[in-house]
Design a protein around this ligand. Structure first.
Ligand SMILES: Nc1nc2c(c(=O)[nH]1)N[C@H]1C(S)=C(S)[C@@H](COP(=O)(O)OP(=O)(O)OC[C@H]3O[C@@H](n4cnc5c(=O)[nH]c(N)nc54)[C@H](O)[C@@H]3O)O[C@H]1N2
Ligand SMILES: Nc1nc2c(c(=O)[nH]1)N[C@H]1C(S)=C(S)[C@@H](COP(=O)(O)OP(=O)(O)OC[C@H]3O[C@@H](n4cnc5c(=O)[nH]c(N)nc54)[C@H](O)[C@@H]3O)O[C@H]1N2
Ligand code: SF4
Ligand SMILES: [Mo]
Length: 724
């Protein structure tokens, strides 16, 4: 009999509505759900391959403990009971002997367990994230949004109603459901589109203006655009007078950022800068949609983000249709009742016991985590304290963090007593573990983090049962938590956790059947974005006063709080720490700018390189290089090349293309490939192809206040390889 289940795909952050058809425990077909108010029927090839993943015999399907030497590949299947006993006894032993700060629980990008992971850590005694790539993933942009605009969200761009849409360092993959709105607005209302990217993206193809920027110079471009907008008085004086702080200081500062100077720094022709500024200031409402590109992976990340948010403020009025819209309650919901985070907890205080907090004060306050590089170093040096146990849930550390050479040294160090990895497959990190735990994927589980649906609750029941003993990460945290402190983990199963959580977050008191049946449930958070200029009516502040949730209550062009974290109060531009201009000597040997990690349609970070439907789109690790740079090195399209930085060398196939600016090479995420037996394609080790081998870590290589690693603006060189 065919069973039809309406659920949600979580293979990427889009969280598209899915209809899964199954017979017995086999998935026979998957379709997009047109009734999903969020994805409206959109569905992609990656989501469809869930059919394969569900049946894939290469999945880890049982808990396994290491029996040989670490990394030797000898495993013994054990029961969940035994695995959890090991985990709980090691947690207790290490906590008693070394303190809770010697246990690090890590996660990758948001999957579905952000708040439960925090609760587990708090159960051990650790407050915060433990370890996560938040130093590079969007938080360096969210912080400037909070300080300048008083918005806890980056995503406020109303692309459906804007007259000018600026897509700034954003990949169409990450906004699939909004691409349709952009196209519709352009086709039906003649909206103008500006794209700012070093790469000629699929969004740039249809843009009115494409500014091919030098990586890491977005702060300078924002200052240059503000120069023209202020010079030509293309701003709303009433709004600026009434609702902003520090306009005069900002105007004075951007005077030196003439189109000529901005062009020299950013490599964008000055005529384009002037044209773009006139379009943004003259064809309003203008909305700017930034993602990782501008301010998340550079040594000047936070100040670039600040400059961009000042530009958004300057283009006000804000919170209008077609502009930057405030969505209260749309950020990740982190209620202290769930995370067990004490009220007013100070992540910067030594009591918080976060590694790197004193050196990177903004990261401690906003990232709420240990600084990744410093944490791996702490494993090796046992300073500032020993790290004895690491648990990675949905985080392939060797493929995720900068300088994986250091990560590898840490994970194979005799100082580390116990390494646990919970994943779908035997990833490079899992291969080094003492305990590997099997995981269920979206079609096989009942849980979802509904806050990503802009405050709407959408249920996500399982369509099929997981293979073997694969467990939902929610269930894993529940059972581990129960063994440590049952009072803090009173639920019977993950369904009870789901219902408790929606009651806590949205006041909804539902049975499981009602929750599944109702499917899409609006909440005050999901409807609040429908009202505008909320700052006039006191809807943005908890005290109910008009204004924004910034220290001054206004848009803070001049931020008194920034110096607190080691930054200037105005958004000063700093050249990336490694560049042809800041390190000209180094640039003689490494003349090209290195940008790593732009997203590909079929891979989600390092996952799915083994899945034939996904791997066949990008069979080999590859690097984008401009024809002019390739010619000078005799490199032809498809040649294997070595890409080297002062940190190391990796290999990739050259993709010679105008897609990338001259002088820049771009390596997509993940670089790494697992073997794909079905297509007869080989695997490549992380140390041969992982893009992060080229990226520096620690010391003064990062954004000073935030520890952001320069994954998108350092130097490299490229040579044709003699062998494959
Ligand atoms: N398929 C797929 N989807 C994903 C992911 C995935 O791995 N695969 N990852 C998810 C995650 S965790 C995240 S954080 C998001 C990221 O989502 P996005 O930020 O939208 O995606 P990226 O491709 O990483 O980066 C966006 C663009 O920035 C450009 N860029 C690089 N350097 C610069 C620069 O210095 N300035 C400017 N202006 N642009 C620059 C790149 O060329 C790229 O086109 O994607 C999410 N969605
Ligand atoms: N050089 C460079 N490095 C980057 C980036 C870049 O652009 N350039 N991007 C950075 C960013 S923004 C981010 S967010 C990080 C992301 O880094 P991560 O999220 O850690 O990504 P991965 O390294 O692919 O590791 C994720 C692992 O989780 C597994 N997994 C996926 N879903 C689940 C699940 O539901 N449960 C369990 N148990 N396992 C699951 C996957 O199989 C995969 O092995 O990478 C960062 N690293
Ligand atoms: S993988 Fe594809 S179908 Fe699944 S949520 Fe992402 S975009 Fe939607
Ligand atoms: Mo991310």
């Amino acid at each position: 009999m065919v069973k039809k289940t309406r659920t949600v795909c979580t293979s990427c952050h889009q969280r598209c509505g899915a209809i899964v058809f199954s017979e017995g425990n086999r998935i026979t077909r998957i379709e997009g759900d047109y009734n999903s108010p969020y994805s409206k029927g959109a569905f992609c090839g990656s989501g469809i391959t869930q059919r394969f993943i569900h049946e894939d015999e290469n999945r880890v399907t049982h808990p396994m403990k290491r029996v040989g030497k670490r990394g030797e590949g000898k495993w013994q299947q054990i029961s969940w009971d035994e695995a959890l006993d090991m985990l709980a006894s090691e947690t207790t032993r290490i906590k008693e002997n070394y303190g809770c700060e010697s246990i690090v629980v890590a996660q990758g990008t948001s999957r579905t367990t952000n708040d439960w992971g925090k609760r587990l850590k708090a159960t051990i005694g650790n407050i915060g994230w433990g370890l996560a790539p938040v130093h590079v993933c969007l938080i360096p942009n969210i912080m400037p949004n909070v300080f300048t605009l008083g918005a806890g969200q980056m995503h406020g761009a109303d692309v459906a109603h804007a007259k000018t849409i600026v897509l700034w360092g954003i990949n169409p993959i990450s906004i699939l459901s909004e691409v349709k709105s952009i196209q519709k607005n352009r086709d039906e209302n003649g909206a103008k589109v500006i794209v700012v990217d070093p790469r000629f993206t699929d969004l740039a193809k249809d843009a009115d203006i494409f500014m091919q920027i030098r990586p890491g110079t977005d702060g300078a471009l924002s200052l240059g655009l503000m120069n023209v907008i202020i010079e030509e008085e293309l701003y709303d004086k009433d709004f600026i007078d009434k609702w902003t702080l520090g306009f005069d200081e900002l105007a004075e500062m951007v005077k030196e950022w003439t189109p000529e100077k901005t062009s020299k720094v950013t490599w964008i022709p000055k005529e384009q800068i002037i044209e773009a500024a006139r379009m943004m200031g003259g064809n309003k409402p203008t909305t700017i949609y930034p993602m990782l590109g501008p301010g998340c992976m550079h040594t000047n990340a936070v100040q670039s983000g600040r400059a961009l948010t000042c530009l958004i403020g300057l283009l006000g009025p804000l919170d209008v249709p077609g502009g930057f819209v405030y969505i209260p309650g749309s950020g990740a919901i982190m209620k202290p009742e769930l995370t067990l985070e004490p009220e007013g907890w100070d992540y910067n205080s030594p009591d918080a016991k976060l590694i790197g907090a004193q050196d990177h004060p903004a990261f401690a306050a906003f990232g709420q985590a240990n600084v990744p590089y410093d944490t791996f170093e702490a494993v090796i040096t046992e300073r500032p304290w020993p790290i004895k146990m690491m648990v990675f849930v949905a985080n392939d550390a060797l493929n995720c963090y900068e300088a994986p050479q250091k990560t590898y040294e840490a994970l194979t160090s005799p100082n580390l007593d116990f390494l646990v990895v919970k994943d779908f497959y035997m990833t490079p990190t899992a291969q080094l573990a003492d305990l590997v735990l099997p995981s269920s994927d979206w079609s096989e589980r009942d849980t979802v983090d509904e806050e990503v649906f802009k405050g709407r609750v959408i249920s996500s029941p399982r369509a099929v049962d997981p293979p073997g003993e694969c467990w939902d990460d929610w269930k894993f945290f529940l059972e581990w938590g129960k063994r440590l402190n049952p009072e803090l983990w009173p639920w019977k199963d993950e369904k009870e956790m789901v219902l408790w959580r929606i009651k806590l977050n949205y006041g909804l008191d539902l049975t499981w059947e009602e929750y599944v049946e109702k499917a899409y449930i609006d909440t005050p958070a999901s409807t609040s974005a429908l009202s505008f200029k909320k700052y006039e009516t006191g809807q943005l502040r908890p005290d109910g006063m008009p204004g924004f949730m910034t220290p001054s209550g206004k848009i803070d062009f001049f931020s008194e709080i920034m110096p607190h974290f080691g930054y200037e109060p105005l958004p000063v531009y700093h050249e990336p720490k490694e560049s042809p201009y800041s390190t000209p000597e180094l640039a003689k040997e490494y003349p090209l700018i290195l940008m790593t990690g732009f997203r590909l349609y079929s891979f989600f970070h390092s996952a799915w390189t083994n899945v034939p439907g996904q791997r066949e789109l990008y069979p080999y690790p590859f690097v984008l290089i401009n024809p002019k740079d390739a010619t000078s090195k005799n490199i032809l399209d498809g040649d294997w090349v070595d890409i080297s930085s002062p940190r190391g060398t990796i290999k990739a196939k050259a993709s010679v293309s105008e897609e990338i600016a001259k002088g820049v090479v771009a390596l997509p995420r993940p670089g790494w490939r697992s073997e794909c037996k079905e297509l007869g394609l080989p695997g490549y080790n992380w140390d041969e192809v992982c893009i992060n081998v080229l990226i520096p870590g620690g010391g003064d290589t990062t954004d000073p206040g935030f520890s952001t690693a320069p994954m998108r603006s350092t130097l490299c060189k490229i040579e044709k390889r003699r062998s494959k």
